[in-house]
Design a protein around this ligand. Structure first.
Ligand code: ADP
Ligand code: MG
Length: 291
């Protein structure tokens, strides 16, 4: 009877766009107490747009945007695409940046036309010896609206706070509600600032938030949540792979990167995050039948 229920369950799951890559995943999912989502690209669409360009008094906004876009043209981060597109839309032709370096979890540094440019979060500026304080009020207001502040310093001086907003996936709020009604805790893990993360979490009805997590810190964030019981982690990106492997159940978005899919026990082939709730309810039904 056992293999039959599991076969029926995995077949039903497949028709809903849920692929169980390992036989024991159906059983493991039944025991999950916490579902942790990666924010960018999983709860959000992963396609941010530039929403703000707040420069300090006396600064030239267009010149700043051009310098920033010159650096971002060499980055693969979703924030980079938003900024480059905004610069193009304003008819700016960013001139070549030199020595551009990505600082993981923080942003970019490089030179444009002899100017030293920093683009990223407060930590990036602080660690480079630039006090981000003059930009703090602007950044806090942006973050309080769920946007990601992008601070800019030129030649060692803070000059502007840009912000990008990444729209939520339309089904994100509903899936959080469904999971909570099924008695599991829902968490969000992100490299974004605490204020931005808390604002978005509040919109979604999520109360467990791990923010300002560095790329190599996602595994530790998953491990910390395991104090509450078995954890399923839902993610899509290359840097989600270690966390997917570290979770009791790794759930990858089918439209995500190959590495993420390879590291997961469950794949949402439909690309819908609503399928997380479908997967959980199927696993519960199957395991109830078996017992
Ligand atoms: P996430 O995937 O949650 O955005 P990351 O580790 O990629 O996490 O980034 C963490 C933070 O570092 C971002 O929220 C942003 O503030 C900053 N950052 C990273 N890359 C860039 C970039 N190319 N331009 C500006 N800021 C960046
Ligand atoms: Mg992601």
């Amino acid at each position: 009877a056992v293999p039959v229920s599991i076969m029926v369950g995995t077949g039903r799951a497949a028709s809903l766009g849920v692929l169980f890559r390992r036989g024991d995943a159906l059983q493991a999912l039944d025991g999950v107490r916490v579902v942790a989502f990666d924010k960018t690209g999983t709860l959000t669409q992963g396609r941010p747009a530039l929403t703000d360009l707040d420069a300090l008094a006396g600064q030239d906004e267009a010149a700043i945007l051009a310098d920033v876009a010159a650096l971002e043209a060499q980055s693969e981060h979703p924030i980079a695409a938003a900024i480059v597109a905004a610069a193009r839309a304003r008819g700016l032709a960013p001139q070549g940046a030199e020595g551009v370096e990505a600082v993981p979890g923080r942003g970019l540094k490089g030179r444009v036309g002899g100017r030293a440019v920093l683009v990223g979060n407060a930590r990036l500026l602080s660690e480079a010896g630039v006090d981000p304080a003059p930009l703090e009020d602007l950044a806090r207001a942006q973050a309080g609206r769920g946007r990601t502040p992008v601070l800019v310093a030129i030649d060692g001086a803070p000059v502007a706070a840009l912000a990008v907003a990444d729209p939520l996936r339309p089904e994100a709020r509903a899936v959080v509600g469904t999971l909570r009604s099924m008695g599991v805790e829902v968490a969000m893990i992100t490299g974004d600032s605490r204020v931005t993360a808390r604002t978005i979490a509040a919109e979604l009805g999520i109360d467990l938030v791990e923010a300002e997590v560095l790329p190599e810190g996602k595994v530790a964030a998953v491990q910390a949540l395991r104090d509450r019981g078995p954890v399923a982690f839902v993610g899509d990106g290359i840097n989600d792979a270690p966390a997917l492997a570290a979770a009791d159940v790794g759930i990858a978005i089918g439209s995500g990167t190959e590495v993420a899919i390879e590291s997961a026990e469950v794949v949402l082939s439909s690309g819908r995050i609503g399928a997380v709730a479908d997967a959980l309810s199927i696993s519960r039904r199957v395991m109830r039948n078996i017992r």
